[in-house]
Design a binder for this molecule. Structure first.
Ligand SMILES: Cc1ncc(COP(=O)(O)O)c(C=O)c1O
Length: 408
């Protein structure tokens, strides 16, 4: 059964033509649009009786159900034990906190490896934590010609004292997909742990923590149709020995030990709804009693096909326009393209697109090191990102508006 993009789009109020709505959204890598069912789930939690988690009152049970439901949903999305699912404010907050926690056990001589392909969240968190305890930071470069992170370059930085390697599953600037498993095998052979930034990977591919070889993985539901929060996952045994800073009366259990303060119950319910929505994208052919995990895997397979077909159209269209450089050249990529223009400033192009109700931002998107390594500095490029709701008409609108911008 083909991917039914019209049905998908019918769930997004922001896509319906109207004052302030109806743009062609190519800004998904920064944050996706939100389906009605996700907004409804957030609303439902807030208007129902609600208290802190417990089992004595309906209000307490509602909070408890939101937490249990969200851990189970993220467990299915990432193939992890729900007891290894930590919720927080954002991927950045969770990564900074985890880095400080792990660094309690590092000292001078210990080494942490980061890459120049990564979003700064997965660079600076480790650099700052390492600096604070006198540990050494080692850098892995990517190939600027291809945008690929070669596992052999990671291997060169590994040694007896490597404690952790932080790297991305997919570049939010270029869309390059990393061979996570190959890198993880090298890191584990060196006796170190892996921290994988899954923020740009999880919206586009089925993820399985064990299969990837990730010890830790972080992602952000607002990049995959959910609300604004962050999620960190690991096997509960991986979390168990760690001692994050915490309040005395707060739970010392895993995963609660890693969740500072009261949880965002409504956002957690919204995250569950997003996972359920994703599971329904392309799983019509499965029996009604198929597991949510199986439906998610089937849906991501259908989504990848849909997004790849549109990506080809965008690439062909860009190739036919004058003076366009596309920087996304990795063999394996998400449907995210970075482009610059021979005779036009990317901000001017972006503004022209905006005037045509086509949303594609320009910049370096906190991929601070990567943009500089490509020679694009802080200005970066125009980022065109496809999402589950992108359709042929969106692509036509993009290419038409880009053609106009470049003809000016
Ligand atoms: C690849 C990548 N990593 C990390 C982040 C940071 O995520 P958050 O906004 O949840 O802190 C982003 C956000 O754009 C991202 O694209």
């Amino acid at each position: 059964m083909p991917y039914d993009v019209a049905r998908v789009r019918s769930h997004f109020p922001a896509l319906k033509p109207g004052p302030g709505t109806g743009a062609a959204h190519f800004d998904g890598p920064g944050g996706s649009q939100t389906p009605d069912v996700v907004a409804q789930a957030v609303y439902d939690v807030l208007v129902a009786p609600l208290a802190n988690q417990g089992d004595a009152t309906a209000a307490e049970r509602n909070a408890e159900a939101a937490v249990v439901g969200a851990r189970a949903a993220m467990g299915d999305l990432l193939a992890v034990d729900p007891a290894g699912v930590v919720f927080g404010r954002s991927m950045t907050q969770l990564t900074m906190d985890l880095a400080r926690t792990l660094a309690k056990d590092w000292g001078p001589g210990d080494e942490v490896v980061v890459t120049r392909l990564d979003h700064d969240s997965n660079v600076r968190s480790w650099v700052l934590a390492a600096e604070a305890v006198g540990a050494t930071v080692r850098w892995v470069d990517f190939d600027p010609a291809t945008g690929e992170l070669d596992p052999a370059r990671v291997a060169e930085q590994l040694g007896d004292r490597t404690r952790l390697v932080a790297f991305t599953g997919a570049s939010n600037l270029l869309g390059s997909l990393t061979d996570v498993r190959a890198i993880a095998d090298l890191v584990h052979a060196a006796g170190a742990q892996t921290f994988v930034d899954g923020v740009h990977l999880v919206p586009h591919a089925p993820v399985d923590l064990e299969a990837l070889g990730a010890d830790f993985l972080a992602c952000s539901p607002y990049k995959f149709l959910g609300p604004h929060c962050g999620v960190l996952v690991a096997r509960p045994e991986t979390f168990a020995p760690l001692r994050p800073d915490k309040l005395v009366p707060a739970s010392d259990d895993v995963p609660e030990r890693f969740e500072i303060g009261t949880l965002p119950y409504e956002l957690m319910a919204g995250t569950t709804a997003a996972v359920d929505f994703l599971a329904g994208l392309g799983s019509y052919h499965l029996p009604p009693d198929a597991s949510r995990r199986d439906r998610l895997v089937a849906s991501f397979t259908a989504l990848e096909e849909h997004e790849d077909a549109l990506l080809e159209q965008v690439e062909a269209g860009l190739g036919a326009l004058p003076g366009v450089t596309v920087w996304s050249r990795a063999r394996r990529r998400t449907p995210t393209l970075l482009a610059t223009f021979a005779d036009h400033d990317v901000q001017d192009v972006r503004r022209h697109l905006a005037s045509r109700n086509v949303n594609a931002p320009a910049g370096s998107f906190y991929a601070y090191e990567a943009s500089r390594r490509l020679g694009l500095g802080a200005a970066g490029g125009l980022r065109i990102g496809l999402a589950p709701y992108t359709d042929d008409a969106d692509v036509d609108r993009l290419l038409e508006a880009l053609g106009e911008a470049l003809a000016r």
